[in-house]
Ligand binder design. Structure first.
Ligand code: MN
Length: 351
């Protein structure tokens, strides 16, 4: 069950076992066969730590849980750790209550597995750099920062990569695992609407349903179980909707968040409402954080690569869905973000 958060920094703790020495000094970087390399590490270790990015989304939660189930089937110990609570819509997932909450990682592990993190800091956990690291990601802005890296931009979710590991390992795709992996597909494609959708995505969805995932039940849990605060914050955002030719943007202030008693997770997906307008090619959602920084979600319908724009501002993501964080105030963040989007759209139309 959830433990209370630990202090932000982990001093050297004499009671804390040493990090693993099993793979120290080895650097696999980008092996030709990353699946075999990862399974090899699994085979040589006993205890693994599984993490994803801070403020976990459906892909983060579903792939962590499925990875934990895989390791358990392989006879390993797997600890799942996140610095943030799970969004309420994912708390019904199988084994969701096995996820621990802390701000630092401690204990003896043979390796830490970081799912969809473009750097070790993205996990929001202190102490991870002590361990042998395995990076599994599908972002175009992903980089080979870990000891062992597996980045596949074509995977629709990191869950898809976990599924391939499960298959290669000979483990059984249980109903619980299928439910978690189907959730990663459903959420990272916005309900099979965008992302790297191809026939293989639907073949994978089919395999997962055959393995016991219930698509209607999962959709109800994930898509139709929002707290009222999410609708209140959506209303506030839509009341600020603005348009300039092919770009739309909307925003919420920290005051809006406080008034609606809204949580971070309530902001998920709001940007898609701005994108869903005829003639619009790119949409931006600006959210003022309590410390007055501005968190920005960027979406493209396909004519421009929005990840390169996010990367200009220190962010990242996918070609058509990305994010970054800028200094406030809000109007200055708007003034910085819109011009490169305008230029990219103009270039796409008059190359
Ligand atoms: Mn993902």
């Amino acid at each position: 069950m959830a433990s209370s958060p630990e202090p932000g920094t982990a001093p050297v703790d004499p009671d804390s076992p040493l990090p693993s020495t099993a793979f120290n000094g080895q650097s696999f970087a980008t092996p030709a066969d990353p699946i075999a390399a990862i399974l090899n590490v699994f085979g040589h270790g006993e205890r693994f730590l599984v993490c994803s990015h801070a403020r976990p989304d459906g892909d983060a939660v579903g792939s962590m849980l499925a990875m934990g189930m895989l390791l358990q089937q392989l006879g390993k110990q797997a600890d799942l750790l996140t610095p943030d609570g799970l969004p309420v819509v994912y708390r019904n997932l199988p084994d969701a209550d096995s996820v621990s909450f802390a701000l630092s990682a401690r204990g003896r592990y043979d390796a830490v597995i970081l799912l969809e993190c473009d750097g070790i800091d993205r996990a929001g956990l202190h102490g991870l750099d002590r361990y042998f690291s395995i990076n599994i990601d599908h972002h175009v802005t992903g980089s080979n920062w870990a000891n062992l890296n597996w980045i596949d931009h074509e995977a629709v979710s990191v869950g898809e990569l976990v599924y391939r590991l499960v298959q290669a390992s000979g483990a059984v795709v249980t109903q619980q695992m299928a439910t978690c992996l189907y959730t990663t597909l459903l959420t990272d494609t916005g309900g099979f609407l965008y992302g790297s959708l191809r026939a293989s995505t639907f073949a994978l969805a089919r395999d997962l349903v055959l393995a016991g995932a219930d698509p209607v039940r999962i959709a109800q849990d994930v898509c139709f179980s929002a707290p009222i605060s999410k609708m209140l914050i959506l209303g506030a955002a839509l009341s600020n909707l603005k348009r300039d030719d092919r770009i739309t943007w909307l925003s919420i202030s920290n005051e809006d968040m406080v008034r609606a008693c809204a949580a971070d997770e309530d902001c998920e997906g709001i940007v898609n409402y701005a994108l869903g307008i005829a003639g619009v090619e790119a949409a931006v959602f600006f959210r003022e954080l309590p410390e007055s920084r501005i968190r920005i979600s960027l979406r493209s319908k396909g004519s421009i690569n929005i990840a390169t724009i996010a990367a200009q501002f220190g962010g990242g993501g996918h070609e058509f869905a990305a994010g970054c964080t800028l200094d406030g105030p809000l109007h200055e963040a708007v003034d910085r973000i819109l011009p490169p989007i305008r230029s990219a759209i103009a270039a796409a139309h008059h190359p």
